[in-house]
Design a protein around this ligand. Structure first.
Ligand code: NAI
Ligand code: MG
Length: 339
């Protein structure tokens, strides 16, 4: 029986990197059927809705999505479709691994995983303006929501991830010194969950700003990190920078009934349509999707060919110092599959 996954190409470089990922999935023997759906600006243009019902129905049917980045207007306009999908399907754990793929970056031998809480925190979108003395936007207010339920399941996910992947330590990054209730609750719950894993998986709590410094100064002391939504958004881009940039960083959004696989990067409007986008991030997300589907064989083949293709300076894309276009990278990765 063949497996069907929902595919949303997205905006900007989205369609370019999505086609690249689908070609490599097929070449690696993933044997998937693709249910192509619209989302983001592409959907706005076609059906005046950034997240059409047909797309939601498809995700509900298939339970697995491979998604290109989507453009979100800043300041005003429709809410992030990415955030909306994560909320709709309760994809509570955002798994963002980074490891060294291209030598000669800021560090060698990086191997880190950030688990970002994906449904609460500062990104719940509970915010408004406050009018004062004729200025309707004299002030603005956002709410950070942390629940015991939400904190517990994401910290537990981090420990279970560590257990399943032979990791040694979970670091919980927080700001409980200042945000005593919200971040304090996250920390308290984290410490409680950690006790269940004592003796098997190490645990430490670090303040978020000091964690950012630590990541840049000596990332080797860290292993698996877990934190609130916005902190995780920011630090996962920082971690991508440690290994060579956003072109290399995949992400999995995991819930009980559905999972969405995407790149950490956005739609990169500055290079969209020029054919130079690095498809590595989405291809590695596709490999995570294969693992999730129990297709470890093709997942391994896909990862190995990406590694080989990035090892050769001649087949690297521009963002990591090479001359290759997206299409040349894909052609090389297909050649490298059977090496
Ligand atoms: P971005 O990640 O799109 O781009 C940042 C920089 O990294 C740009 O210089 C871009 O050229 C480069 N870059 C990103 N991906 C690359 C790749 N695969 N290959 C080569 N270079 C790459 O972030 P930006 O510009 O802040 O956001 C653009 C749009 O994307 C915004 O509308 C934002 O809301 C959206 N976005 C969507 C995300 C998603 O769909 N999950 C995640 C992040 C941003
Ligand atoms: Mg981000």
């Amino acid at each position: 029986m063949s497996t069907t996954v929902t595919v949303i190409p997205g905006d900007g470089i989205g369609p370019e990197v999505t086609e690249a990922a689908l070609s490599l999935l097929d070449a690696a023997g993933a044997a998937l059927e693709y249910d192509r759906q619209l989302g983001g600006i592409a959907a706005m243009d076609a059906v005046r809705d950034p997240l059409p019902q047909a797309t939601l129905d498809s995700i509900r049917r298939n339970g697995v999505v491979l998604k290109g980045p989507m453009t979100t207007p800043a300041g005003s306009g429709f809410r992030s479709v990415n955030v909306a999908i994560r909320k709709e399907f309760d994809l509570y754990a955002n798994v963002r691994p980074v490891w060294t793929l291209v030598p000669g970056q800021r560090y060698e031998d990086i191997d880190l995983v950030l688990i970002r809480e994906n449904t609460e925190g500062l990104y719940v979108g509970v915010e408004h303006y406050i009018g004062l003395e004729g200025d309707p936007r004299a002030a603005a207010e956002s709410v950070m929501i942390i629940t015991r339920f939400g904190a517990e399941r994401v910290v537990r996910y981090a420990f279970e991830y560590a257990r399943a992947n032979g990791r040694k330590k979970v670091t919980l990054a927080h700001k409980a010194n200042i945000l005593k209730c919200t971040q304090g609750l996250f920390l308290e719950v984290g410490e409680t969950v950690a006790r269940e894993y004592a003796g098997e998986i190490g645990f430490e709590a670090r303040i978020i700003d000091a964690t950012a410094m630590q990541l840049v100064k000596d990332p080797y002391v860290l292993d698996v990190l877990v934190m609130e939504n916005m902190f995780g958004d920011i630090l996962s881009d920082l971690m991508a920078g440690l290994v060579g940039g956003l072109g290399l960083a995949p992400a999995a959004n995991i819930g009980a009934d559905a999972a969405m696989f995407e790149a950490v990067h956005g739609s990169a409007p500055d290079i969209a349509g020029t054919g130079v986008a690095n498809p590595t991030a989405l291809c590695l997300a596709a490999a995570m999707m294969l693992d999730h589907l129990g297709k470890g064989g093709p997942a391994g083949r896909l990862r190995r060919t990406i590694h080989r293709t990035l090892e050769d300076p001649a087949t690297r894309t521009r963002d990591v110092g090479g001359p290759a276009t997206t299409a040349e990278f894909v052609a090389a990765a297909i050649r490298n599959l059977d090496r």
